[in-house]
Design a protein around this ligand. Structure first.
Ligand SMILES: [Zn+2]
Length: 480
């Protein structure tokens, strides 16, 4: 548990009186209605109820008249791309993102919810429902921000895109289709903002207790699952000549898990550490961050020894599935398989993982293949130069204005960081100068842990409105 992370988000908010003509009641109502659309996505798309996505689209088209008057709307399957053309074609577009889909409510937990997860229940303090944090509050909030500006006569100089994928939670095909369309048009985005951390984080894990940050994730780790299979024909266990299929799989898994990737500091992790450096006063990193490059090996070793930090400095290896053991202790197993999950550091490819696993097990009677589709990590140089990016600077400014340290009153700094999970933003890395993953609708760690993909997901009304202010300000500073 992050001891110093805020447990009360309201103390973080500043300048809630900005944009006093923001129609809070309408913004809340639009979010509530969006949460009533059961836009649950599935890997098996035959299970996805696309009529619910159509309902969400109709809701958007009906709720934002100024957007609809100025934007062109394109659909890619059920993914949406709005283009609000800027008056200066020489300026690279900006893209705001979120995904339309939500994860299902886990069967058997429906009655654990205080309010029906698809009721869009609103009370004094919260809007409740599946997707309230992940991530319809951001989708609707971005629409509110754009509509707010257009309704007041703003004529953006810079083209604004709104890109809403349909299947971020499972396939991420929608984002790939939109990104491919942008690439085919020769588009180059100045920056994009997509979902990221919902929380304000403290520097505890790094040895900077009491310092609060808003993370902006500039790259993400990759994902792949290696399957190891050994064939067996059963038979009596008193005759195990040559070993059993289970034994061979265990040997292969042990070799793979026992050969960790070396720790190293990627360029993005170095950016994280440099931003933290002035605040780190305790622990293994204190005294090392004054010269991140010079002390890189020592820092990497220190991070490797930290349960929270080690995923930041290496490709992680986690054996997860085992299938096919015998049902009787005196009978040899038939085919046995195991899956080892890898989270790839930027710069490490899935091809490298596969070659490594085959090399480590080449003398064993096992087959090695992919269990499912792989997701490559961000490029090795992800994040480099982002601090000078227009969008990054606008986020820095808006976060400092709207989120403050309750103890000091100072605006929160942003922290460039690596995301360990996968987002739709990844699909756009080839067409965008800076893929910025940051959700300005903040919640506490406890609310996030319980609600995101869990039970009683809800967003506080004040956090939602504050996030809209962040988007309005970012658009004002970058697009008008
Ligand atoms: Zn999400």
């Amino acid at each position: 548990m992050d001891m110093h992370a805020p447990t009360d988000i309201y103390g973080l908010f500043a300048h809630e009186d900005d944009y006093p003509d923001l129609d809070a009641a309408a913004a809340v109502e639009h979010l509530s209605r969006a949460l009533r659309c059961r836009t649950v996505s599935h890997v098996d798309v035959s299970l996805t109820d696309y009529a619910e996505f159509d309902r969400l689209h109709e809701l958007i088209y009906a709720s934002y008249p100024h957007l609809m008057a100025q934007a062109t709307v394109e659909t890619f399957g059920h993914s949406l791309l709005f283009t609000i053309p800027g008056t200066d074609e020489g300026l690279a577009p900006v893209q705001l993102m979120a995904h339309q889909d939500v994860v299902p409510v886990v069967a058997g937990t429906e009655s654990d919810w205080t309010h029906d997860p698809f009721s869009g229940h609103v009370d004094e303090d919260f809007v409740w429902g599946r997707g309230a944090l992940d991530i319809k509050e951001m989708l609707v909030g971005e629409l509110e921000a754009v509509e707010y500006l257009l309704a007041r006569g703003a004529r953006p100089r810079r083209t604004i895109l709104l890109a809403f994928g349909e299947d971020e939670e499972c396939l991420q095909h929608g984002a790939k289709r939109i990104a491919a369309a942008l690439a085919s048009r020769g588009a180059r985005l100045a920056f994009l903002i997509d979902e990221g951390d919902y929380v304000v984080t403290s520097g505890d894990a790094y040895g900077a207790p009491g310092t609060l940050f808003k993370q902006v994730q500039l790259g993400e780790k990759g994902y792949c699952d290696v399957r190891i299979t050994a064939r067996g024909a059963g038979g009596h266990s008193s005759q195990p000549f040559g070993g059993t299929s289970l034994g061979h799989v265990c040997e292969a898994v042990a070799r793979i898990a026992g050969a960790p990737y070396p720790a190293r500091l990627s360029p993005l992790t170095r950016m994280t550490l440099r931003a933290l450096a002035p605040h780190v006063t305790q622990g293994a990193l204190a005294g090392l961050l004054g010269d991140v490059d010079g002390n890189a090996d020592e820092i990497a070793r220190a991070c490797l020894a930290s349960p929270k930090l080690f995923p930041q400095v290496t490709t992680t290896i986690a054996p997860t599935m085992l299938d096919g053991g015998s049902q009787a202790s005196n009978v040899m197993p038939h085919d046995v398989s195991a899956v080892v999950n890898f989270r790839l550091d930027p710069g490490t490819s899935s091809a490298d993982v596969m070659a490594r696993c085959r090399e480590l097990t080449h003398d064993l009677p096992v087959e090695v293949d992919w269990f499912q589709d792989v997701e490559e990590p961000s490029p090795a140089d992800a994040g480099v130069g982002a601090e000078a990016n227009l969008g990054y600077r606008a986020i820095t400014d808006a976060v400092a204005r709207y989120l403050r340290d309750p103890a000091t009153g100072a605006g929160l700094p942003v922290l460039p960081a690596l995301a360990t999970g996968s987002t739709d933003a990844h699909a756009y890395e080839g067409v965008c100068d800076a893929c910025l993953r940051m959700c300005p609708m903040v919640t506490t760690a406890a609310e996030s842990d319980r609600g995101v993909h869990g039970t009683d997901e809800r967003v506080s009304v004040r956090a939602y409105l504050q996030g809209i202010r962040v988007f309005v300000r970012i658009l004002e500073q970058t697009c008008l």
